[in-house]
Design a protein around this ligand. Structure first.
Ligand SMILES: Cc1cc2nc3c(=O)[nH]c(=O)nc-3n(C[C@H](O)[C@H](O)[C@H](O)COP(=O)(O)OP(=O)(O)OC[C@H]3O[C@@H](n4cnc5c(N)ncnc54)[C@H](O)[C@@H]3O)c2cc1C
Length: 474
């Protein structure tokens, strides 16, 4: 008779104070803050490397507002500082389109993230897939995981869902929402990098031909300046930080000739000036559901074709790229949107666009409402006066689930607000908030802790002590 034989038969129970699922931007910030506060912290990820999109080459949005003021402090800034200490580029730049962002060297960032987690004392479980939970009356008792060694049951009084897909919340019976009203999702993309880029000819090209570039889409950035004046200001920054627009003459002609796939933008952002390296954020494929593994895996072939098409296009058409070489892709296809939680509070598009401040805010965002669509479409609506908005604590508390908090792109928000708060600045800040909240809850005692019972003003006070930016008119 045929016998079923598992590769590994280990089955063990591991106790922690808090278990965090997902080692992207929100999960690493949650883990660092919880471990620094003394919690036995376990951080689980299916992938081989912590950091998520922080180590993909893309710039961090929502760390400064549209006026260039920092709205991210605390753990997120500590990780940036560690990257810089190790010699990695960390460049807050004005993109002269809508916003400010922070460009980073993704290779040094890998070292900075891993080192900061280790120094904080986080127990990292990579190559490990979470499969199911034990749950009773909205209280999760254990997260079950599977890896090469076999199965483990990770027990803890508190859990944090930073999975990007709300896996724990959904399994615990919390309501989740998917994409737009018809279930539509933003396209997936693959980031790639080119090195040996010459900055001066690229910037000169932008100054002479601003019609090809996205410039001054928000008044807070434009401040009455012409495209030519904006291009000159961008030149003075001295970095290859420019955006070729999909409906500009250069890119649209290439799309019409079939030399390029339809795209809204070719975003060019520096990652390592010493290598003349930039990251290009431009490829896209619509109609992919990032929670369907076969679909997501199959998108890789289309996206790598687009990477190659675009790097050829850049070499042949864009000054500064003639001698540039393809230098790498992100380690995973980037998924912008899948599920988000239905929380005790929900961030609205109006909160974002009006730069609304809240007395229960535990993180800030400033990115425009940014909803990529298939092909050349992209919705971009800036925040009023280049300011920032507050994310209420209740946006991280899934309704009906007691001892699980959420952070990152699964926050409770309407689709427009999600288009803004999903970026990495707010993800890092939300992560710090849930990690800190876990430590405060466990310190205050009680056998059955509940995130909703925490005094939000006490949480805000602690977060500010730990460097978070929560007050002010930013
Ligand atoms: C193509 C693209 C371009 C973007 N551009 C920008 C930009 O320019 N600037 C910016 O700031 N933001 C940008 N964003 C948005 C931002 O990068 C993400 O929203 C953010 O990084 C999400 O972080 P997160 O921690 O919520 O989730 P994620 O980074 O998605 O992390 C979730 C983690 O959970 C793990 N996981 C999930 N389920 C399981 C399971 N069952 N078992 C084990 N592990 C699991 C996954 O492996 C993953 O590592 C972009 C996103 C994409 C995809």
């Amino acid at each position: 008779m045929e016998k079923k034989q598992e590769f590994a038969t280990q089955s063990r129970v591991v106790d922690s104070d808090v278990v965090i699922l997902g080692a992207g931007a929100s999960g690493i910030a949650a883990a660092i803050s919880a471990a620094r506060a003394g919690l036995r912290t376990t951080l689980v990820d299916a992938g081989p490397m912590p950091g998520g999109e922080l180590i993909s080459g893309m710039a961090v949005d929502g760390a400064l507002n549209g006026r260039g003021e920092w709205i991210l402090g605390g753990v997120g800034r500590d990780v940036f500082a560690e990257c810089q200490r190790l010699g990695g580029y960390v460049g807050p730049l004005n993109d002269h389109r809508l916003i400010w962002y922070v460009c980073l060297d993704p290779e040094v960032m890998k070292l900075a993230v891993a080192g900061t987690l280790a120094k904080a004392g986080v127990k990292l479980l990579l190559h490990t897939v979470a499969t199911h939970i034990d749950v009773e009356d909205g209280r999760v008792g254990a997260l079950h995981v599977l890896n090469k060694e076999g199965r483990s049951e990770l027990r803890a009084p508190l859990f944090i869902d930073c999975s990007g897909d709300a896996d724990i919340v959904a399994a615990a019976g919390g309501k989740v929402l998917k994409g737009g009203p018809g279930g539509e999702l933003q396209p997936v993309s693959l980031m790639f990098r080119m090195s040996g880029v010459e900055t001066a000819p690229l910037l000169e090209f932008m100054r002479e031909h601003p019609e090809h570039f996205a410039l001054g889409e928000s008044e807070a950035i434009r401040q009455g300046r012409t495209d030519r004046q904006l291009a000159e200001a961008a030149m003075k920054q001295g970095q290859p930080s420019v955006f070729l627009k999909g409906n500009g003459p250069l890119v649209s002609a290439a799309i019409a000739r079939g030399e390029l796939y339809p795209t809204a933008l070719i975003m060019i952002q520096p990652t390592a000036p010493q290598r003349g390296e930039v990251c290009l954020n431009t490829t896209r494929m619509g109609g992919i559901d990032g929670t369907r593994t076969a679909e997501l895996s199959a998108s890789l072939a289309t996206l790598t074709d687009q990477v190659w098409q675009c790097s050829e296009f850049m070499r042949n058409n864009v000054p500064g790229f003639a001698r540039a070489a393809f230098s790498g892709i992100a380690s995973r296809v980037g998924v912008r949107e899948t599920l988000r939680i239905d929380g005790e509070k929900s961030l609205t598009e109006e909160d974002v666009l009006e730069a609304r401040k809240r007395d229960d805010g535990i993180a800030k965002g400033s990115h425009h409402v940014d909803i990529h669509q298939s092909g050349t479409g992209q919705i971009r609506i800036p925040v009023k006066d280049g300011g920032s908005y507050d994310i209420p604590w209740g946006c991280l508390l899934p309704k009906g689930v007691v001892n699980v908090a959420a952070a990152g792109r699964i926050l409770s928000a309407d689709r427009g607000a999600h288009g803004s708060a999903r970026v990495m600045g707010p993800c890092l800040a939300m992560g710090q908030a849930v990690g800190t909240a876990s430590a405060m809850l466990l310190r205050s005692g009680g056998a059955r802790p509940a995130f909703a019972a925490l005094d939000v003003q006490a949480l805000r006070t602690q977060l500010k002590k730990d460097g978070a930016v929560l007050d002010g008119t930013h």
